[in-house]
Design a protein. Structure first.
Length: 462
């Protein structure tokens, strides 16, 4: 079992077939649960959610599972075509892949569902002959019902995004802060935290001052209540266990040591078992470009967060907007001792556009024109600083010069955040080109993401 695109077991043969530019699963002899049309003594099945369910029932290796105690890497796939390339990038590594990783925000923009994303990951793993397991991350969850929905579909990893509940204490007037503070049980918190030293190996002792505790508690209290509600709902749905990540990276200021400590202590008091935490690091982790900030400041912050995570978990640190952060990977490799979680998403979409530039430049020109038009609106939910004024005119670039455009940070960010608008209008055209050049796309992904893994110190030359 495990040759790409052909799996055999229990007297059943399954083959992924490409008919024109459409893929079908051929099952012979016909098996209960698979839906398709008769074909040469078997069934020719579309790549639907129901057929993905039947496939993973037949081959348990295709069911998502929890993260093992080794590095993990999230591969977002906005087009549903990238998984074989992602898995090829992992050759020669022990890194655990999270293959289905999309947020409701991304799904709303691409017109996909959690079921669509997981089905594409299952069929992609089947195509790659992958038998070593993978995770499925319902990313940036902002409602408990979204979490329940993903759990019922078979997701194993849940990223709680409480950013709507965070109180921006840094910029609110004191009257508003006092109102927010009314729901915080101050007597309970003061007994738990004030006048106590919290020793953390490698970091020393931390102690909360009263005003400091007040600000931190007001900032995070409602967010913690939301996280607790989501965690308990997931525990009801998945009593066998699941991976739970808390994402607090979308704040105005970097997560301090005492903020992280408060979160860790409160999560413990509430019985919430963390798999990973995504803090807000100093500097800028912007989409589609390298880190912008002081590398030594990042290193020191990483050491602080790692020490707290080890003392109160242990849980891993998660790095969001983790693609193309070339200057950070050696630091993460040196400091994290092999336990980390990196999330990537848009880089696989940008690799699709890099292929498009070479093989269908006219379509790329249309896509880029739309992206520049939509950017002022689509950028609203992303932290990017791109300015279309910085870009050369498309009219002044010959087709052979178009690849240089994708090396300009502003162009990469504009394309990255406008994917929803682009896919609504040109999605089918883009997918058609990728299917025509599927092997080239998968190899480009393997090389680009393999470069990430080499920089992280977990992949040698293969």
């Amino acid at each position: 079992m495990g040759r790409p695109e052909v799996w055999m077991g229990c007297g059943v043969r399954l083959t992924l077939m490409k008919r024109g530019l459409e893929k079908k699963l051929f099952v012979t002899p016909p098996q209960p649960g698979f839906e398709g049309v008769p074909f040469q003594g078997g069934l020719l099945c579309p790549l639907t959610w129901n057929n993905a369910l039947s496939l993973k029932t037949l081959f348990g290796q295709l069911s998502p599972r929890r993260l093992p105690p080794r590095p993990s890497f999230g591969f977002g796939d906005r087009l549903g075509l990238a998984t074989p390339g992602h898995l090829r990038a992992l050759e020669g590594t022990e890194v655990f892949p999270v293959l289905a990783q999309q947020s409701m925000r991304e799904n709303a923009r691409t017109g996909r569902t959690y079921a669509d994303v997981l089905a594409d990951a299952i069929f992609g793993a089947f195509q790659a002959g992958w038998t070593r397991g993978f995770g499925a991350d319902a990313d940036h969850l902002k409602s408990v019902e979204e979490a329940r929905q993903a759990a019922r579909l078979g997701y194993t990893f849940f990223t709680c995004d409480p950013s709507d509940f965070l109180v921006p204490v840094e910029r609110l007037p004191i009257a508003t802060l006092r109102q927010e503070a009314q729901e915080v049980p101050w007597a309970e918190l003061e007994r738990a935290y004030l006048g106590k030293d919290f020793p953390i190996p490698g970091l020393g002792e931390l102690r909360f001052q009263k005003e400091e505790l007040w600000c931190i508690a007001v900032k995070y209290w409602r967010a913690l209540k939301f996280a607790e509600e989501m965690y308990r709902a997931l525990r009801d749905e998945l009593p066998q266990g699941f991976d739970f990540e808390l994402s607090v990276d979308e704040t105005l200021t970097p997560t301090t040591a005492k903020e992280h400590l408060f979160l860790a202590l409160e999560l413990q008091r509430r019985g919430i078992e963390l798999t990973s935490l995504a803090p807000r690091f100093p500097g800028d982790m912007e989409k589609a470009v390298d880190y912008r900030g002081d590398l030594e400041e990042f290193r020191q912050a990483l050491r602080v967060h790692k020490a707290i995570a080890q003392a109160f978990g242990p849980y891993r640190l998660s790095f969001h907007s983790g693609s193309d952060k070339w200057s950070l990977y050696p630091i993460i490799a040196a400091e994290m001792e092999g336990i980390w979680h990196i999330k990537t998403a848009g880089t696989s979409y940008l690799m699709a556009l890099e292929l498009l530039v070479r093989v269908a430049p006219a379509l790329f020109r249309e896509i880029f024109g739309l992206a520049c038009t939509r950017f002022p609106t689509d950028r609203q939910s992303y932290h990017v600083r791109a300015d279309p004024v910085e870009l050369p005119s498309l009219q002044n670039l010959r087709d052979l010069e178009l690849p240089t455009l994708l090396r300009i940070p502003a162009a990469r960010q504009i394309l990255h955040v406008t994917f929803g608008s682009v896919l609504q209008k040109y999605g089918e055209d883009l997918k058609r080109v990728l299917l025509e050049h599927e092997e080239e796309y998968h190899q480009a992904l393997a090389e680009h993401l393999g470069k990430h893994l080499r920089a992280l110190g977990v992949k040698g030359d293969v």
